[in-house]
Design a protein around this ligand. Sequence first.
Ligand SMILES: [Zn+2]
Length: 223
Amino acid sequence: MPFIFANFNGTHHDINVFTHEMGHAFQNWESRDLPNIDYLWPTMEAAEIDSMALEFLTYPHMDLMVGEATADRFRRMHLTGALAFLPYGVCVDHFQHEVYANPDASLADRHAMWARLEKIYMPWTDYGDLAYPAKGGRWQAKQHIYGTAFYYIDYTLAQCCALQFWAWSRRDPAAALDAYTKLCGRGGSAPFGELVRSAGLVSPFSDGALAGVVREAAGVLGV
Ligand SMILES: [Zn+2]
């Protein structure tokens, strides 16, 4: 029996937490009858598809959470954040590779590493008069770097798939929800690539995997 233990602080982020963790719980519930205990959860890069996709699939109901007048603003903010997350997530992963390849790097060296990578992946970043992140210290705000090494790329792989559910649900919400529910029901009975393929999604490892999503997002955001 899955349950969610969470704290809420009255900000829009509560909605992301609620829909995201509900996606994990729903997946776990849907795969509860699979024969092996190792099937109950997919590997994490696949499990995060189930959670992140629900953040998008609940878009049509956001008026119930934030009211009709604010729902569009919320969706726009969430979509923008989801797209901007991709270069950030890759930057965190690249940074960790450099940290583990250079175990003797000092704190200043690591700040320099982050500052250099941040310029590659997020050249638009501007910390204004915040001196500490401006010198490369922003990586220290990401607890995964300390606690769960190399987890972050899982989110970016999953986000590439979750965004496809978003684009799909705009064309055919019933089919997208059906594919999502079936994917959740498969739990961890197959590895990432096979789960993605069987759900009708394009693997993030394929060329042009995000082309459809980017086209759709450009139309929605008007960019
Ligand atoms: Zn998650």
